[in-house]
Design a protein around this ligand. Sequence first.
Ligand code: ATP
Length: 597
Amino acid sequence: MRFADLAAAYDRLEATKSRLEMRHRLADLLRPLRGDELAIVLYLSQGLLRPEYEGVELGVADSLARRAVALATGGEDAAIARAAKASGDLGRTAQELLERRRATTGARPLEVGEVYEAMRAIAAASGEGSQDVKVQRLAGLLERASPLEGRFLVRFVLGTLRVGVREMTILDALNEAFADGAKPSRAAIEEAFNLSSDLGLVATTLAGGGVAALATIGLEVGRPVRPMLAEREPTLEAVLARMGGRAALEFKYDGLRVQAHVPRDGPVRLFSRRLEEIGAQFPELGPELARAVRRPPAIVEGECVPLDLDTGEIQPFQDVARRRGRKHDLDRVAEEIPVCLFLFDVLLDGGTAVYGEDFPSRRARLERLVRPTERVRLAEQKVVDSPDVAKEFLDEAIAGGGEGVMAKSLKEGSAYRAGARGYWWIKYKRDYTVGLSDSIDGVVVGAFHGRGRRAGRFGAFLLAVYDPGRDRFESFTKVGSGFDDAALAEMPKRLARWASDDPPASVDTGVAPDRWFRPGVVLEVRGAELTVSPVHRAALGRVRAGAGLALRFPRFTGRYRDDKGPTEATTSAELLEMYRRQVRQAAPEEPDAPAET
Ligand code: ATP
């Protein structure tokens, strides 16, 4: 495939606002492709070179891309910097410069495959002289590029493709291009993706052998599975009722979710909830898991929490957060802040895929598979069938350092549902009982200039929840409290790569912030209550025509949800559910109020 055709398709996608139209366009783009080329186009369209979990980064900074543009167009670096600053998009600037230079081109057209190879080489270049290699390779592509191709090449290396296609839209497009477009096929495609986390693999398998071939995509050690997620209920009575009167309750540990892949030979690999590899930050866990797991290869899941090895007591989550993202002194931090992994599930047991088995069977397997050690233990569990016993267990969980309990269904069909949120798992935190004290994970989509003491900095941020049905981020609050000086200084750094001149197409709000951001940064906030709002768009029209939901008196908890991508933030449906629960609590005589004692 010619790269020019891909660039033209991106240009059309960028101009498309409707998700349905985007799906059709994407399906048209993918339909003629097969094999490696199909996989490559899928990765590129997501702004990636490999599936996200492999963490392949291009490592191209603005200044480096500018040098390449200067080299290819004969422009001057300072002038390019000025133009890019004015347009906010070096890609557009490159396009304009290439337009002026157009008459001199006549080079061999770029193929998608060779662009991909060059990008891989740019990503692989490291160490001394690597910056020059990156510049040369990129300039080499730009010299042969049309202006439109130049725009997307530059944006791609900077990680700001702005084509706007998300995973769920891609899955729809794959169904349209290579299957019958019906719901069962869509479910099979999504399941293959949830198990493999690799859209390239799913697409090539589907295009090659149809929906039936997707069944060949199974678990593989080293390839993370998208995590199963939990629903919530407001009371333990409601939790038990949902589960048919009987459930396994477990301590709900407040730490980092870890999926551990233990091969027969070789190092153990750990993945976060976002499927990032995090083993390097917890060097002590790998060898300990290798000792604890009796029958590798295995894939097990658990929560990693800081633990005082002397007292055996669980420490506050913030301690483990300090270890995330650290690159230096890891061994020393491992000594200072020891962690323990509490395992709660098994997906692969001695090479056998067991995620499809019901939960009681998986828990029994986990108990046989794992020989507990100091730092690798099993989540505390008890099967309960009455609210009183459940409450006792909740007290134990809180006393033991947990933040609540996680209820797991014991019923038939209680398989591990990768990537899905459902009532097979229900989380219950103690504080659900007091008003709206559950936290909300909001996506930053805008910022407001600060005043007074905060002049010259951002003073508040516009947050949004995610609506997977519309694939839109809907604003629900403007938060300024809870940011100390360090956090205020940190926010612009975190947000820089998401800056956008225009309101991003995926954002829906009636508020006009001073600066826009594409969805990328997720923050945890708490607030006093949810109200209907004329300017916010969360769950628009669901409570009152023309009004959305808003969070009053929001406050940043200090917790950056780096382990969540924007589409994993709180959803509009969850916000609506919280609103309804709050209404029921305020007015227990409401007709739809649950029968509570
Ligand atoms: P979610 O993952 O549901 O979007 P979240 O990441 O904000 O939400 P919580 O709402 O606190 O997290 O609850 C779910 C998380 O609880 C799981 O993803 C997991 O990391 C953690 N957890 C702690 N203990 C357990 C347990 N025993 N079983 C399952 N998950 C547990």
